[in-house]
Write a protein that binds this ligand. Structure first.
Ligand code: MN
Length: 247
C-alpha cells in the first residue's frame, strides 16, 4: 500500500572505529540526530536514512527512490575539496562521508531533485558549485558575532535578515528572524548560481538558494533543533510539500 507521503533521503553522520569507545560505538557507524527525521515526519514526509557509501550504483539506487534530499550538519568537509590546506581548528569527519555527499549532491543536482541543505549540507553544496569557505571564525575579516560556543550547548542565537524576493523570505514571510547558531565555518566565496537569501548582522552568509532550480534552500543554522519556532516548521513544510507535489 502506498501513501502519498514523499520519501525524503537524509544523509547520516559517520564515526570511525575507536579503541576508546565501548560497544555499540566501538565499531564504525552511521548515525543521525533525531531532530532531522522528527521534523520530516512532523511535516508529512517519510524520512529514510542514506547510509554512507562510495558505491556509484548504490548512489543511483538511492536517487531513484527519493523525492527529495536533506543534507544534514556534522563535522567539517576536508578543505582540499575547496582548494585549501586544513586549518588547525578544522575537524575532519570521515573521508567516506565527504566523498559520498559530494557525489550524491552532484548527481542530485543533475537530476534536479529538491534539496534542503543544513549547516554542513550548505557548505557541501557551496563546495560542489565551486565556492569556498572560511575554515574558522577567527579567519573572518570583520568583527564577527558569536556563532557557536565551545561547549556546543546549541544555545547560541542571533538575528538573521531574510532578503526580499528570495524563496526563503516568501516561505517564512518575515524579514528578520531569530536563528540558532552552531558553526565555526562560513561561506567565503559563493558557489556558481547561488543567491544569498539571509545574512547575520555581521554579514556572515546564513542562507542561499539556487537560481532556476526546482527547490533548493541552504541554511547555516539548525531549524531541526528549533522546530518549535514557526519559521522552522514553515521551512520543513515548504520543502516536504514541494517534494510531495513533484513526487
Ligand atoms: Mn550563525
Amino acid at each position: 500500500m502506498h501513501s502519498n507521503k514523499p520519501v525524503i533521503g537524509i544523509t547520516l553522520s559517520q564515526t570511525l572505529p575507536s579503541e576508546q569507545k565501548r560497544w555499540p560505538t566501538r565499531y564504525e557507524f552511521d548515525w543521525l540526530g533525531k531532530g532531522y527525521h522528527y521534523a520530516i515526519e512532523k511535516s508529512g514526509g517519510a524520512p529514510f536514512g542514506l547510509f554512507n557509501t562510495t558505491n556509484t550504483t548504490m548512489i543511483g539506487e538511492y536517487l531513484e527512490r527519493v523525492d527529495g534530499l536533506l543534507f544534514t550538519g556534522g563535522a567539517d568537509l576536508q578543505p582540499k575539496y575547496f582548494g585549501q590546506i586544513a586549518h588547525p581548528s578544522t575537524l575532519i569527519a570521515a573521508p567516506e562521508r565527504d566523498s559520498f555527499e559530494l557525489r550524491l549532491i552532484r548527481e542530485a543536482l543533475r537530476l534536479r531533485k529538491p534539496l534542503f541543505c543544513i549547516c554542513r549540507g550548505l557548505q557541501v553544496l557551496n563546495t560542489v558549485l565551486g565556492g569556498t569557505l572560511y575554515q574558522d571564525l577567527s579567519l573572518y575579516p570583520d568583527n564577527p558575532l558569536k556563532h557557536a560556543d565551545k561547549e556546543q550547548t546549541g544555545k547560541v542565537d542571533h538575528k538573521a535578515t531574510l532578503l526580499k524576493g528570495s524563496l526563503l523570505h516568501e516561505i517564512i514571510g518575515k524579514t528578520s528572524i531569530l536563528v540558532n547558531s552552531s558553526h565555526h565555518q562560513f561561506v567565503k566565496q559563493v558557489g556558481a548560481g547561488l543567491t544569498v537569501s539571509a545574512l547575520a548582522p555581521d554579514g556572515v552568509i546564513e542562507a542561499f538558494e539556487l537560481d532556476d532550480y526546482p527547490f533548493l534552500i541552504g541554511v547555516q543554522w539548525h531549524p531541526e533543533r528549533i522546530f518549535k519556532r514557526q519559521h522552522s516548521q514553515r521551512l520543513f513544510s515548504a520543502f516536504v510539500e514541494y517534494c510531495r507535489k513533484h513526487a
